[in-house]
Design a protein around this ligand. Sequence first.
Ligand code: SF4
Length: 220
Amino acid sequence: MTHDVLVPISALEHWSYCPRQCGLIHLESVWDENVFTVRGSQAHERADQPMTRTERGVRVERALPVWSEELGLVGKCDVVEVTNPTPNPLPPERGRGLRIVPVEYKSGGPAHARHAAVQLCAQALCLEEMFGVPVPEGSLFFAKTKERVPVEINAALRELTLRAVQDVRAMLLATALPPPANDKRCPRCSLIDACMPGCVARAAAFTPDPFAPRAERELP
Ligand code: SF4
């Protein structure tokens, strides 16, 4: 299947956290750092270096590019663990018998796990298509608490992820920035200065589209 627009896997976590944050980053190329994004970059430092090694019988791929032609997704896995339980080094058919587990590194604690789980599920969907094997589980590794949390790639998470892919693609095609959340998410968001959530929300109270040409607005 061909798609007009490829959806970056990282956009799905941004969308899950706040659609406007996703739009600012992926439509308007806005990026700003705060303490949380700097911690995130530090947590990814090792995982961002492409590398293959075997650790206790498990092949570990770092910074592995992944994609899905079916879903029009592209991205990179921090870590993919591959176990081949068969004694033969190569299974007879592509991927058959392999156990594949994507692992996503996060700087904070598990508070934002549900957003990261959408990103992880998208990686699992890509790996399933690339290797032709089911990927029923992934893991989130939280640098702050040094916890590794298994995530079941179940039907509900798959549905949530596929809906996010559709929504992000629709936003990219429409090139329309979503409205601000203007809630408790904003103080932690590094894009708050570019977003101006309170200001935009107040302007929207006067007119449905504060950025529309004056003649098209119904001014009070
Ligand atoms: S400041 Fe708030 S509304 Fe704006 S992008 Fe960040 S979380 Fe979303």
